[in-house]
Design a protein around this ligand. Structure first.
Ligand code: OAD
Length: 244
């Protein structure tokens, strides 16, 4: 039996599916991942762009970087992997997608039950009153005026930066769902950023079947029950095809 057939057989007897995604799921839409040879962290410094201290030092620079990333995402479209996940949502009685991505592509592909653990690049949060608003780039390039809230406070991207805690409600909801799930499908993540990196072991200890889809071996590959090498946009549609 091939790994894909193995995976289909596990999914056919499941009622509740937990899906975890990372930047690799959006790679085929043309959105750069973080690690790997062309990854964002190879060319940009997380310390200068994705920490609360970086924003304090130079909010213009941070906003320019986030607007640049928005502009790439706005030109992109959901790919076959995002669409396959939407199909999985329709097949399973119970379904939850936990994504580390901030790009909104799962929503644009039509998936409904989504938790975003690292926020969303198209939202901003006021540093004064904490109000969260939708925020989309008007034009690329240098920032003349920093984005501000109606209260006058400075807005920051509503994403999780290095050194910041994740939203505990989101994390608890994801763990509650995962505990009851039959299968955890983990796609396109390097599996090195905590707390998400702990999910495969959390699932294994609870005898939840784990499946990984990734272009390359990761630290997760040795923990999961089934590891499928390949592009998410090719592998996931093949898995879904066999479930219909
Ligand atoms: P990474 O960039 O660390 O990892 C992307 C993973 O996707 C790698 O394991 C690749 O092998 C895999 N990959 C690339 N293209 C693929 C494809 N077409 N199909 C399948 N797999 C593919 O991204 P994340 O794991 O999402 O956090 O990174 C986790 C977090 O680290 C991000 O949310 C971000 C980053 O720093 C914050 O900014 C807080």
């Amino acid at each position: 039996m091939s790994a894909i057939e193995d995976c289909q057989s596990v999914l056919k007897s499941a009622h509740s599916l937990f899906v975890l995604t990372g930047a690799g799921i959006s790679a085929e839409s043309g959105i750069p991942t973080f690690r790997g040879k062309d990854g964002l962290w190879k060319n940009f410094s997380a310390y200068d762009l994705a920490t609360p201290e970086a924003f304090q030092r130079n909010p213009e620079l941070v906003w320019e970087w986030y607007h640049w990333r928005q502009s790439i995402i706005l030109k992109a479209r959901p790919n076959r992997a995002h669409l396959a996940i939407t199909e999985l949502e329709a097949i399973f009685e119970k379904f939850l997608l936990l994504t580390q991505n901030v790009d909104n592509l799962h929503q644009r592909a039509g998936t409904k039950n989504i938790l975003e653990i690292h926020g969303n690049i198209f939202r901003a949060r006021c540093l004064e009153c904490n109000k969260i608003i939708n925020h989309q780039i008007e034009s690329e390039g240098e920032i003349d005026n920093l984005p501000r809230c109606e209260c006058g406070g400075l807005l920051r991207p509503d994403v999780v930066w290095f050194g910041e805690p994740i939203d505990q409600d989101v994390w608890q909801s994801a763990c509650c769902f995962l505990e009851q799930a039959d299968v955890a499908l983990i796609c396109g993540t390097s599996g090195v950023v905590w707390p998400v990196a702990g999910i495969p072991e959390f699932a294994r200890q609870r005898r939840i079947k784990t499946i990984e889809v990734n272009l390359e071996p990761t630290p997760i590959s040795n923990i999961v029950d089934i590891s499928i090498p390949g592009k998410a946009g090719e592998v996931l549609p093949r898995i879904v095809e066999g479930l219909k």
